[in-house]
Design a protein around this ligand. Structure first.
Ligand code: IFM
Length: 422
């Protein structure tokens, strides 16, 4: 059907910026809203990624890898349509390395598949669409993360979500998400072997994948360098990051231009200043994997070093600050994120609303302030509402049932929505 051929561009249908191209914005920022409120739409968005698998395989092959390496900017066929350069106002031609280096996109797409599967248990989707994406992205990382003489695997020459630092080695977000993708690829292979052996036979044959391959992904995940320092509980954002120049961002407030424009790209590249969350993004997505003190230490370290050069940044800080219980800081970031379109503070609202920032705001409200989360037993909540908020109310679907969350709620419960058939 027509809806399976498209996804949502960075500015949705509201403006011409980014030419309607699809980024990780869809799976990581917008998709949770669709998964929980309109799963059919979420399925259509992910089916678009399945339809573009051939192009992702071609891109991987072009990089000498197997599996699926998705387009950083994707359009109708899934071929990478990232522009190769931009011309700066001073006439300087700046090459854009993101198509080659922002490789975390493959894990982001896989994460979107898993988010949908976890919330819906839509078996038809897993068998026809999701499993193949999870297997092909895991296969990509298994080749990409190269075993080196230190006995560990490294992913060199990438850009993480923080686009101020290019061609870095072992970006914490990329490696953390690749590790998750490798483990999840193996988990889905095991699930198919056990529950749908016939589907596994057909799929593994078409992918020329023997049973041993996914098992090796698990081992590869364990061998992956993570940049985690047990002494401090900090992840180093990439190799060498901790040695870079410290810039006190607070000293530049109030500021009406991006920090890389004020101080120059080269100075920022040589500094610890980051454009948007990288380690903090990893915490947000893989929250349960990290002990509370690790979440706290990394957020407190990286938050003051983030210059919010991307509209995607403040809402995630709001979500994480709220989940950590720092409601005051969370509220400040929530306002900053709302102002991106309501206040036009990036001066570009005419080019369209920032759809990822809107998705991030929804996540900050729902996962942050309302504290909604899911376990195998179902939905739970741990609210951190700002004192002057009157409440939050949300209807959502989890594994085929309708639920309603109303806060504050004396009964403090999440129940099947009254009047909605479960
Ligand atoms: O995907 C984002 C990226 O993270 C930062 N620059 C803009 C892109 C599109 O919104």
């Amino acid at each position: 059907g027509g809806t399976h051929r498209v996804s949502i561009g960075a500015r949705a249908l509201t403006g011409a910026a980014y030419g309607g191209h699809v980024f990780w914005d869809t799976e990581i920022f917008m998709l949770p809203f669709y998964v929980l409120t309109w799963p059919e739409a979420a399925r259509a968005l992910l089916t678009y990624r399945h339809r573009t698998l051939p192009a992702a395989r071609d891109k991987a092959a072009h990089h000498g890898e197997r599996g699926a390496f998705y387009a950083w900017e994707s359009a109708d066929t899934g071929q990478d349509v990232t522009p190769p350069f931009v011309v700066a106002p001073n006439g300087e031609v700046i090459p854009i390395l993101l198509a080659d280096q922002e490789q975390h996109i493959s894990a982001d797409v896989a994460y979107g598949v898993w988010t949908y599967w976890r919330a819906t248990r839509d078996e038809g989707f897993l068998l026809d669409v999701g499993a193949e994406i999870l297997l092909e992205t895991a296969r990509f990382w298994a080749g990409r993360a190269k075993l080196e003489s230190d006995g560990l695997r490294h992913i060199r020459g990438v850009v993480g979500p923080d686009e101020y630092h290019e061609t870095v080695d072992d970006d914490a977000y990329t490696n953390g998400m690749a590790q998750w993708n490798l483990e999840t690829g193996n988990a889905v292979a095991r699930l198919l072997v056990e529950r749908w052996p016939e589907r596994w036979r057909v799929l593994s044959e078409s992918l020329a994948m023997d049973a041993a391959e996914p098992l090796a992904w698990s081992a590869a995940a364990r061998e992956l360098y993570t940049g985690f320092d047990v002494r401090t509980g900090l992840f180093e954002q990439f190799q060498g990051y901790f040695g870079l120049e410290e810039i006190d961002l607070a000293a530049f407030e109030p500021r009406n231009a991006p920090i890389d424009v004020l101080l120059g790209r080269e100075r920022i590249r040589q500094s610890k200043t980051i454009k948007q969350p990288d380690v903090v993004m990893l915490l947000h997505l893989l929250w349960d994997r990290f002990p509370p003190e690790v979440r706290e230490a990394n957020f407190r370290y990286y938050e003051p070093r983030c210059a919010h050069g991307s509209s995607l940044s403040p809402a995630i800080h709001a979500a994480v600050a709220a989940r950590l219980g720092d409601v005051r800081l969370a509220e400040r970031y929530f306002r900053q994120a709302s102002d991106i379109d309501l206040g036009d503070n990036m001066g570009n609202a005419a080019a369209g609303v920032h759809a990822a920032a809107l998705g991030g705001l929804w996540q900050a409200a729902v996962f942050g302030f309302a504290g909604l989360r899911f376990t195998e037993e179902g939905p739970e909540h741990q609210p951190n509402l700002p004192p002057q908020w009157r409440g939050v109310s949300l209807r959502f679907k989890w594994r085929g049932k309708d639920h309603e969350l109303k806060l504050p709620d004396d009964r403090a419960r999440i129940g099947a929505a009254p009047g909605i058939a479960p």
